[in-house]
Design a protein around this ligand. Structure first.
Ligand code: BGC
Length: 251
């Protein structure tokens, strides 16, 4: 049985993809990146995915896993926090299968990152409740209990001080408001303390591009729960999505 799959990570600004060797937990091709089309409608995105797959070597017959910033239940995208509202209620599995002419499995982006950490990274063999958080345009969360994903948690939208706290504590808020790491860390402190009070996790993992600068903000947080950077950084979504595709493909 081949242990390869294509993983694609759709984000608000970029669409990234590669072929993944799931036995080794490694990308076996270059990571290709395309701009997310302005508007981010389903059809535009499907066309970009087609270009991306056409440019991957030896991609014939491989299943495709796609992660996306929305709640995804049975292949249907149920929300659209930072993408076109056309995605709400859309059967994304079916649309992509038709447009790409391949087997496709779609899942939430933070869930994909969490799966990547559970299989190949910082959550490997960790017992108890791990909360993976991705700090990017929004805040994504994945809950892993004894390594098993509880899908579609949306704790990025936790309401604190009367606001959807993703708008205060996502990396995009730091950028938009020109916050220093110390200023941003105060908001993260509030956010992770609330998560900790509500869920009593055993470990927090912090992903998203900014996690490569973890030394600038993680040591500023005072929590009971250990908080560590993700290991799979830029490729977490791709690896988790590829794993998901292979897991859901009956051979
Ligand atoms: C969305 C989540 C997503 C997260 C990270 C949030 O705004 O609601 O579904 O996982 O952003 O992209």
């Amino acid at each position: 049985m081949s242990k390869r799959a294509i993983g694609i990570d759709i984000g608000g600004t970029g669409i990234k993809g590669a072929i993944v060797d799931l036995k080794k937990g490694k990308l076996v091709t270059e990571r290709l990146r395309y701009e997310t089309p302005k508007g981010g409608t389903p059809h535009q995105i499907a066309q970009t995915l087609q270009d991306l797959i056409d440019n991957l070597p030896n991609a014939a017959g491989l299943p495709v896993g796609i992660c996306f910033p929305a709640i995804v239940k049975n292949g249907v995208t149920m929300s659209a926090a930072n993408v076109s509202k056309e995605w709400i209620g859309l059967d994304a599995d079916q649309l992509f299968e038709k447009e790409l002419n391949r087997t496709v499995h779609v899942l939430n982006d933070a869930d994909a990152a969490g799966l990547a950490e559970a299989k190949f990274g910082a959550a490997k063999k960790v017992k108890g409740l791990v909360i993976m958080t991705t700090l990017g345009t929004g805040i994504g969360t994945a809950l892993l209990n004894n390594g098993k994903l509880i899908p579609n948690s949306e704790f990025g939208h936790l309401e604190i001080d009367g606001v959807d706290y993703e708008s205060m504590a996502a990396y995009s808020a730091k950028e938009r408001e020109n916050l220093t790491f110390a200023q941003w860390a105060k908001r993260l402190q509030k956010y992770y303390s609330r998560l900790e009070a509500l869920l009593s996790p055993d470990l927090f993992i912090v992903g998203g591009g900014v996690s490569k600068e973890h030394e600038a903000f993680l040591p500023l947080l005072k929590l009971k729960t250990p908080i560590i950077p993700a290991e799979n950084r830029n490729s977490a979504g791709i690896m988790g999505a590829a794993h998901w595709a292979r897991k859901n493909t009956i051979e």
